[in-house]
Design a protein around this ligand. Structure first.
Ligand code: BES
Ligand code: MN
Ligand code: MN
Length: 462
């Protein structure tokens, strides 16, 4: 690849401004109030793909938000890279914890990003990372060095479970045929410690409802005599972990892939400072499953967490009341070989079975997906590794992540191809949280690294 750095430095301001424009559109897929903005974002992505050099760009309607499909086929005999990303973002709340409005991007410096970071919802997850691929395509096309075919599939429902994308992929296998899938929607260890994500956890997300009496009651007149759904729910939830922080659902660990001693020793080589980890979160100590390190707990081990819990009176002052109902949202992160539908069933059966007399329990499955592990002995991984080596001057470390992109395992099932997860975000970029940001350095490093992947992948396929 020639002139990568030149092209980048000549177009830096425009590349940054285009991303800022994209970040101004509040494409929150979870909240129907933003539906027009989500649709507008799809239109913007379509236009940008056309400008970057795609020959065909189409908007595919779904039962939910549209999928933007683009392609540039230069020679059917050459390999094809399919880029996946998402243009939808998480809700911005809690809004008052943002230091600047979530959809008015600003560039500010911080400890991890001395060259500045773009603060906005979606900056890192995933508009900023998705847009690196659009600009990398522009760079390769405009400098006349696109070495292979490229297809883009950018969806608007990743943050709400990608259900319609699953249907679209299954119905368009020939159109989406490819040799490798390339995604930037994960992170790396640090700007001076590049890594490539080799694993994603699966997910099962459920909502539970505990009902006691048929109406809210005076907590003096009835307190002590009837089951209080909030007391019961919290007790049931507490019983889902034992004293070693193992999940107590029968069968939960049955299919868990156990890593060998060697694999765990290899993992432990990745640089990690428990002290700075704790410091960054203002915690005195980490907490988790006995027998595993922090990096193991959040990547190769399955977990169960309450994501939200509500019921009763939470307004100003006090109200003496026993609520009729209590609710919680619970996520289970899964590892290879655990089947998310099976785990959802195990949860449901167990949770219903531990409900005491005097309450009824409903378990409502939301969405989920399988975990994913990408092998490192493939041409695709080697090409990615070499690309990082070229632009970072260091060999990247393969590392499994704790997050989930449920659609990735479905890609492999339906399209038969492996996914390479070239993430350029940092854990401290606060994705899904207030003050999400993406390093300006990371944005440009991504745009610089991606073309080398294309080059090496095409070369190695010859
Ligand atoms: N990009 C994230 C997933 C991610 C982030 C993986 C960082 C690895 C490292 C994605 O947008 C996401 O948030 N996924 C959800 C699941 C989805 C079904 C809502 C998640 O992991 O909670
Ligand atoms: Mn994402
Ligand atoms: Mn996300």
């Amino acid at each position: 690849m020639k002139n990568v750095k030149n092209y980048l430095s000549e177009n830096k301001d425009r590349f940054l401004n285009e991303l800022i424009e994209l970040l101004k559109i509040p494409s929150v897929s979870a909240d129907p109030a933003y539906s027009q903005d989500v649709i507008d974002t799809a239109e913007t992505v379509k236009r940008r793909l056309e400008e970057a050099g795609c020959d065909v760009v189409e908007i595919h309607e779904t039962a939910g938000y549209p999928i933007v499909y683009g392609e540039k086929i230069i020679n059917p005999d050459l390999p094809t890279v399919l880029v996946y990303g998402h243009y939808d973002v998480q809700p911005a709340d809690p809004i008052d914890l943002w230091h600047s409005p979530p959809f008015e991007p600003v560039i500010k410096k911080n400890d991890a990003h001395p060259e500045g970071a773009i603060y906005a919802r979606g900056a890192c997850d995933d508009k900023g990372q998705m847009y690196m691929h659009v600009k990398a395509l522009e760079l390769m096309v405009k400098t006349d060095q696109l070495p292979c075919n490229v297809k883009f599939m950018i969806e608007g429902e990743e943050e709400v479970g990608s259900n319609n994308l699953g249907i679209y992929v299954a119905a368009n296998k020939a159109k989406l045929a490819n040799d490798v899938i390339l995604i930037s929607d994960t992170g790396m260890i640090a700007n001076d410690v590049p890594s490539i994500t080799t694993g994603l956890r699966g997910l099962s997300y459920v909502e539970v409802e505990v009902t006691g009496p048929n109406r809210d009651l005076h907590s003096g007149l009835y307190g002590g005599a009837v089951a209080n759904p909030i007391n019961i729910l919290t007790k049931m939830i507490a019983s889902l972990h034992d004293e070693n922080n193992h999940v107590t659902i029968p069968g939960f660990y049955d299919k868990v892939e156990e890593l060998s001693k060697e694999e765990r020793a290899e993992m432990a080589k990745a640089p990690f400072s428990l002290e700075s980890y704790q410091k960054a979160l203002d915690i005195e100590s980490v907490y988790g499953e006995k027998g595993y390190s922090t990096n193991e707990r959040n990547s190769i081990r399955p977990t169960l967490d309450v994501n939200g819990i509500w019921g009763g009176y939470i307004g100003e002052g006090a109200k003496t009341v026993i609520a009729s109902k209590a609710f919680a949202k619970i996520s289970m992160r899964l590892v290879p070989n655990q089947d998310w539908k099976e785990i959802t069933e195990l949860f449901k059966t167990h949770f219903e079975s531990i409900a005491p007399k005097g309450v009824t329990v409903k378990v409502k499955p939301h969405h989920g997906g399988q975990g994913y592990v990408t092998p490192i002995d493939t041409i695709a991984y080697q090409a990615a590794s070499k690309a990082y080596e070229t632009t970072f001057g260091k060999k990247p470390i393969p590392q499994r992540s704790g997050g989930s992109i449920p659609i990735v395992s479905l890609f492999e099932k339906e399209l038969g191809s492996k996914t390479i997860l070239m993430g350029f975000g940092l854990d401290s970029d606060a994705i899904h949280s207030p003050n999400e940001h993406f390093g300006v350095w990371n944005y440009f490093k991504g745009i610089e690294t991606i073309p080398y992947f294309y080059e090496y992948f095409t070369e190695m396929n010859k």
